[in-house]
Design a protein around this ligand. Structure first.
Ligand code: MN
Length: 338
């Protein structure tokens, strides 16, 4: 058995760590389905020969003690360069590798995966509160990560860490989250990544989140991630001694309570502001929301392949004949455009 096979097996074992023991037959089928899925996506298969030639992210993975030189770790966020969570994340990862901080100049929460193309980007050298040299970008989290991968530094990166965001990023939140988008940008650039968020807490000290970040970083460097994969971490608003451990979860469903607020500006013209109470969620066991509600740190695997597989199968049963499209146009236009 090759080392790659072993790595694959370990990873699968870890995936199943929190679920019920599976009969071998089911496990075998899951493995076959996974291979089919990889093949469909055009991803390298788990075979040793293919793996070596592939751009899979797993081969770089090895125990942290075995790295011949410390890994380069890019630290970023969406709350901005002055966020205390950013400094906490940088300091948490300092013992593991060589950290480099590049972050947005201002708070970019909920900007999603936006990329700045229509204006230049200004980069400024900064000093974090502990004196560390860092760089701020007057753009989005994605811009900060892009800068690092498009040659701003004279070296690559082995891991990208985004956070520690002030406020949870659970379930549907990840579609808005600048924190998670920074990790997505890293993955698009072929670098493993994770995002980490701290549930709102009156006096966050980020101690628990820092410990979680260190553990997640160590695990990713040791086991690796495949192409398209990233990890989203959410830390409950509890003191470390109150935390009930870590749970590997799936994404839950958020329940937003947004309200449109209308006010008048000083010149009497109405303006609108999206407000309302913070979002809730469906506390379904196995989801990130359920874990955090129950004082556990949620570790959620994310994949960038957003294909709707069930819908894909349904769409194939619909009528896709172009003649039908022509007829339908005639029907709705009442027999022609004259
Ligand atoms: Mn934020």
């Amino acid at each position: 058995m090759s080392r790659d096979d072993e790595a694959g097996r370990t990873e699968r074992g870890a995936d199943q760590g929190t679920s019920e023991p599976t009969p071998d037959l089911t496990r075998e089928r899951a493995r076959t389905e996974r291979r089919d899925l990889d093949k469909e996506r055009g991803e390298p298969l788990a075979a040793a020969g293919l793996r070596r030639a592939s751009r899979s992210l797993r081969p770089r993975a090895r125990p942290v003690g075995d790295w011949s030189s410390p890994p380069w770790i890019l630290v970023t966020n969406d709350d901005g360069i002055e966020s205390r969570g950013l400094l906490a994340l940088k300091q948490a990862l300092d013992p593991i590798g060589r950290t480099v901080v590049v972050a947005p100049e201002t708070n970019q929460s909920a900007v999603g995966h936006t990329k700045t193309l229509m204006r230049p980007l200004r980069v400024r050298e900064r000093r974090l509160a502990d004196g560390t040299l860092a760089w701020s970008v007057d753009g989005s989290p994605t811009d900060a990560v892009s800068l690092a991968f498009l040659g701003f530094f004279d070296h690559g990166f082995d891991l990208v860490a985004s956070g520690i965001n002030y406020g949870a990023n659970l379930g549907d939140d990840i579609t808005y989250s600048g924190t998670v988008s920074a990790a997505m940008e890293a993955v698009i650039n072929g670098c493993p990544a994770f995002a980490i968020s701290q549930e709102y807490y009156e006096h966050p000290d980020f101690g628990l989140a820092a410990a979680a970040a260190r553990l997640v970083a160590r695990n990713i460097l040791e086991h690796g991630l495949a192409r398209g994969e990233l990890i989203n971490v959410n830390v409950p608003a509890v003191r470390p001694e109150e935390c009930e451990g870590i749970e590997v979860t799936r994404l839950g469903r958020r329940v937003y309570q947004d309200e449109l607020v209308q006010r008048l500006d000083p010149r009497g013209i109405p303006y609108y502001w999206i407000g309302g109470p913070p979002p809730s969620g469906l506390a379904v066991p196995g989801t990130d929301f359920h874990a955090v509600v129950n004082r556990r740190i949620a570790v959620t695997p994310i994949h960038l392949d957003l294909t709707g597989r069930r819908l894909l199968r349904r769409l194939k049963t619909w009528n896709w004949s172009l003649e039908l499209a022509a007829n339908a146009a005639q029907d709705t236009a009442g027999g022609g455009s004259s």
